[in-house]
Design a binder for this molecule. Structure first.
Ligand code: SF4
Length: 227
């Protein structure tokens, strides 16, 4: 079952206009923003996203070429044991749990979905290791479906720094604020843009607002939490 999200927060017209200006500034700064996980096939993005929890896309991209060669289809993961997957992802944090999750998710895809990655939130959430964030990554990038916004650590931090969500908002509430502020068709690209800005300009270690041109352009300094 998908988590039935509560109603979206109310946002003002001014807040939406500000969000739109920010979106345009981000688009100008990062015209090539895209998913930085490397994949060719839908199930490869799903595997890469499961592996990316609490680790960097760079680390995931280092291990996936050999992994994808050894296990070219969901069935190859399904008929292997988690222990056979482990050596390929050993350099990634939590690799034992992730090997189990990948194995079980691919088994469900083979047994319940005819070997094809399903294209709905409800179906994706039945897969082990897949929560709303991973489902949003797959839906947005593989199926072009904007069911929600991917809120990873960068998107959460930037949303708060840029005044798009309350400082004390949970990840789920950050997502709902972004869904209320930005048009549905932009949700997938919005997360790419925020992640690009987060990786290239606005690091988690910044202790003070850096007065980045993007933030000046839309007329407001960011709202850093007082640390
Ligand atoms: S002004 Fe600097 S710290 Fe604030 S959101 Fe922009 S890049 Fe991040």
């Amino acid at each position: 079952m998908s988590d039935k999200a509560p109603a979206l927060p109310r946002v003002t017209t001014a807040a939406k206009a500000r969000a739109e200006r920010l979106y345009r500034a981000l688009e100008q700064a990062y015209p090539d923003a895209h998913c930085e996980l490397e994949y060719s096939l839908p199930h490869e993005l799903l595997v890469a996203t499961i592996l990316s929890a609490q680790t960097t896309d760079v680390a995931v991209n280092k291990v996936t070429p050999a992994l994808f060669r050894r296990f070219p289809t969901p069935r190859d993961y399904a008929i292997a044991s988690p222990e056979e997957i482990e050596p390929f992802i050993r350099t990634i944090g939590l690799f034992r749990n992730k090997a189990k999750a990948v194995h079980q998710a691919m088994r469900t895809i083979v047994e319940d979905f005819g070997g094809q990655v399903p294209g709905s939130m409800d179906a994706l959430l039945t897969l082990r290791g897949v929560a709303r964030k991973t489902a949003n990554v797959v839906l947005g990038n593989v199926f072009g479906v904007n069911e929600g916004v991917v809120v990873d650590t960068h998107v959460e931090r930037l949303s708060k720094r840029l005044g798009l969500a309350p400082q004390d908002a949970t990840v789920a509430l950050v997502e709902r604020h972004l869904m209320a502020l930005f048009p549905r068709e932009s949700w997938c690209q919005l997360s790419h843009l925020l992640i690009f800005h987060g990786r290239r300009a606005c690091s988690a270690r910044l202790a003070a607002c850096c007065d980045h041109p993007i933030c000046r352009e839309f007329g407001r300094r960011c709202e850093l939490p007082r640390e």
